[in-house]
Write a protein that binds this ligand. Structure first.
Ligand code: TXA
Ligand code: MG
Length: 381
């Protein structure tokens, strides 16, 4: 891909000013690209039916062309514009979870540009819950392709400022719709005749989907995640969401001892701690000024934790620490998405060895002889 075309610094537009919203709409209609708030994370939006605009999104993010984009709609009536076939289960899922943080992978309409789908026969679609996102898409009059608005592999943005910090000189605008309320990306589910395949845990929990559709069969992922291979189900890169600082994910039972062992080994270094509910006990002689602590949720609320996750990772990254130790959260509900992001943030260097231990893709991609995945088994881990 060629170097990104230089553009002036992105316009900062306010979501509560109608003139600013109209400006964002015009820019998108004219083939521009910009940061758009959704309830999960900020997206980097382009008209999905203008391949040149979509190409600019790939350039701005430095995203490999094999990693396809999610297409965003304002309401269900638009689904036939991008999806060729909507099975009864897919329709029920859409009616139950949209607008909201669930992305469905469905057979694509031929008219959807290859660049959007990376040439796959499927297209990933969702209707975001943020009213501003839906308003902009409806006014543009065309579905918007929007990956998360961060450089490829880096931490996703949950405020307009995060988008500016990373992409301001490569995109045309950022529309400020406030901080994202969910804080982790959408759940991606491929709808197949035999059941559902979880491609990425996210804002809509497996438990919520299972409660709404108790008869549904969960299928195992076909491949273990890989960093480099062309993806059968591409939402699964091993290393992703990564701070620049090395990050290590630690089980709750080992967190305190791992923290206590650090300073005797590296006496002058700064350590970042991402704690689930409480900071660990530290020995009295440990250098507290060198320990930067972030707590995800003192009350043990996974929603609060998800909403804080990426901002906390950014702040720890900016604090010039040598290492971030992140405590795993319970592997249930939104905790699956949080732990998934932490594992990938910490996967630096592991991609050579195959997969990180992801709950929805067991080694070799097979957990049971029937190719079925039972989410409850993971709660024991
Ligand atoms: O919450 C979200 O999903 C945010 C907001 C902006 O909507 N978007 C987002 O996009 O997280 P992105 O590009 O960062 O992640 C989308 C993932 C990618 O990993 C991609 O590989 C996967 O969706 N994906 C897209 N189309 C696909 C397809 N046809 N089959 C399988 N995976 C697909
Ligand atoms: Mg992303």
């Amino acid at each position: 891909m060629s170097e990104p075309t230089p553009v002036p610094r992105a316009l900062r537009l306010a979501g509560d000013r109608p003139d600013d919203v109209r400006r964002a709409v015009q820019i998108l209609q004219q083939g521009g690209i910009g940061g758009l708030p959704t309830e999960t994370v900020y997206g980097l939006a382009a008209d999905a039916f203008q391949p040149r605009a979509v190409a600019r999104v790939f350039e701005a993010k430095q995203r490999p062309a094999f990693d396809p984009l999610i297409v965003h709609l304002p309401h269900l009536d638009w689904l036939p514009r991008v999806a060729r076939e909507v099975s009864p289960l897919a329709r029920q899922l859409a009616e139950t979870f949209w607008p909201g943080p669930l992305t469905l992978v469905l057979p694509r309409q031929a008219a959807v540009p290859d660049l959007v789908t990376s040439g796959l026969e499927s297209v990933a679609v969702r209707i975001p819950a943020h009213p501003l996102a839906r308003e902009v898409i409806a006014q543009v009059g065309s579905p918007l392709a929007a990956p998360s608005a961060n450089p490829f592999g880096r931490i996703s943005p949950t405020t307009a400022q995060h988008v500016c910090d990373q992409l301001a000189d490569r995109i045309d605008f950022v529309l400020d719709g406030g901080p994202c309320t969910v804080g982790v990306e959408s759940t991606i589910v491929q709808v197949e005749p035999e059941g559902l395949r979880l491609l990425r845990p996210g804002g809509a929990t497996v438990e919520e989907i299972t409660a709404a559709f108790p008869q549904v069969t969960w299928l195992m992922s076909l491949t273990a995640p890989s960093q480099t291979a062309p993806q059968v189900a591409p939402g699964q890169l091993t290393q992703h969401y990564a701070p620049r600082t090395p990050l290590e994910v630690v089980a709750p039972s080992e967190f305190a001892s791992r923290v206590q062992a650090w300073h005797p080994l590296c006496p002058t270094s700064r350590l970042g701690l991402l704690c689930w509910q409480e900071p660990p006990e530290l020995p009295s002689n440990s250098p507290r000024s060198q320990i930067i602590t972030h707590i995800l949720s003192r009350e043990g609320d996974l929603r609060t934790a998800a909403a804080r996750l990426f901002a906390s990772l950014r702040e720890l990254d900016a604090a010039q620490t040598q290492l971030i130790l992140a405590e795993q959260v319970p592997e249930t509900g939104l905790g699956r998405a949080i732990n998934d992001r932490l594992r990938r943030a910490g996967a630096r260097g592991q991609e050579q060895n195959g997969s990180v231990n992801s709950p929805y893709s067991a080694p070799n991609g097979v957990r049971s002889s029937k190719n079925e995945w039972n989410p409850r088994e993971d709660e024991k881990n």
